[in-house]
Design a protein around this ligand. Structure first.
Ligand code: SF4
Length: 345
């Protein structure tokens, strides 16, 4: 693995993969853990069949616009930050042998308050749910692509692996947080990039630049990766698929008329419950004050028992937990379950 720094123009408008002047494959760091078939589509110049929607572009641009805000918040918290020059950022490239290079542009470098050397700072913005997931599970489990990206930037910038920092902002509350990825795990992430892309390099060696020689699909129809893929129509058409694989359901189909009736019934029930719920809350507030006055935990009143229930909450400092434990150990401690429910607003 070797590294090099070069100055480039128009750095943000480039495909996720392309064939470099030396004939090798060049992959964008932010796409280095992405679908290898998708990378091949990009490198061989396939037509984009599913460009980002205007809404997706707005989300992307809003995220980009917030990056300097996150960096300034870090400076106010005592970090010494050197942001990238937006108009002409320095490109970093990490080479894995002669046939593969992974390149990108570092968001910023920074020095943590009190102690620590300079590290790459990779900035992300996330919606409230994704932000909480990142804090709870740690970056390697929730955003492995971001860790891989930071690892490439670190190796490209310093010619070695060292600690890296992922900073993220919650786009709902504008809260921000950071996670330090220790150097050993940065090295693992870099090795993971090489391992992930090795079959693509081998595919290139075996097939040249043949656009029709497509690698296997890395993700299932219906996955978020495929949903966001700019080649999903072409890819799924090639597979003869029109519906997500996990959409199969034995339940009888619900007609649109039934769904509309259900929304109306829900809205009516919701309205009917509003007044009693408000009265209940007001009565409970009064009783809580009364119980406090009595200095009592349980009282018989009007033929009923009124109890003052106390509960405790315990919080975990996920930042410290994530820094202290490698992701495979955390996976045995902080587990994740997915549940589904319907919300009508
Ligand atoms: S649709 Fe899915 S499997 Fe096909 S190229 Fe895109 S990400 Fe890969």
């Amino acid at each position: 693995m070797t590294t090099q720094d070069v100055m480039v123009e128009d750095v943000y408008a480039r495909p996720s993969a392309r064939f470099a002047g030396d004939g090798g494959l060049e992959v964008r760091a932010s796409a280095a853990t992405g679908c290898r078939r998708g990378l091949w589509y990009a490198a061989t110049g396939h037509r984009v069949t599913d460009p980002p929607t205007p809404a997706a572009l707005t989300v992307l641009e809003a995220g980009n616009a917030l990056e300097p805000v996150v960096l300034r918040a870090m400076e106010r918290a005592g970090w010494r930050i050197t942001p990238a020059e937006r108009l002409m950022p320095v490109a970093v490239t990490v080479r894995f042998g002669d046939a593969l290079a992974v390149s990108g542009h570092v968001d910023a470098v920074g020095v943590m308050p009190v102690f620590g050397g300079e590290t790459v700072v990779e900035v992300k913005t996330r919606n409230p749910e994704a932000f909480r997931r990142w804090q709870t599970l740690g970056a390697e489990r929730s955003h492995p692509g971001a860790v891989a990206q930071a690892a490439v930037y670190t190796a490209g910038r310093y010619g070695e692996t060292r600690d890296a920092v992922i900073a993220a902002m919650d786009t709902g509350s504008r809260a921000w947080d950071f996670e330090v990825i220790p150097s050993g795990r940065v090295a693992q992430a870099l090795a993971g990039v090489e391992e992930w892309l090795a079959p693509l390099t081998a595919h290139h060696a075996a097939n040249g630049r043949d656009p029709e020689a497509l690698p296997e699909r890395d993700f299932r129809a219906g996955s978020w990766q495929c949903a966001a893929c700019p080649y999903v129509t072409a890819c799924r058409r090639d597979a003869g698929e029109t519906a997500p694989e996990d959409a199969a359901d034995d339940a009888a189909p619900v007609t649109e008329a039934e769904a509309l009736a259900a929304v109306a019934a829900y809205a009516e029930a919701h309205e009917a419950l509003k007044a009693p719920e408000g009265a209940k809350r007001e009565a409970l507030d009064t009783l809580q004050a009364w119980m406090a006055q009595q200095g009592s935990g349980k009282e018989a009143l009007g033929g009923r028992t009124v109890s003052l229930v106390r509960s405790r909450r315990y919080t975990v400092d996920y930042r410290r937990l994530n820094a202290a434990l490698p992701p495979e150990v955390r996976a045995g401690i902080v587990t994740e379950q997915e549940s589904r429910y319907v919300r009508v607003t």
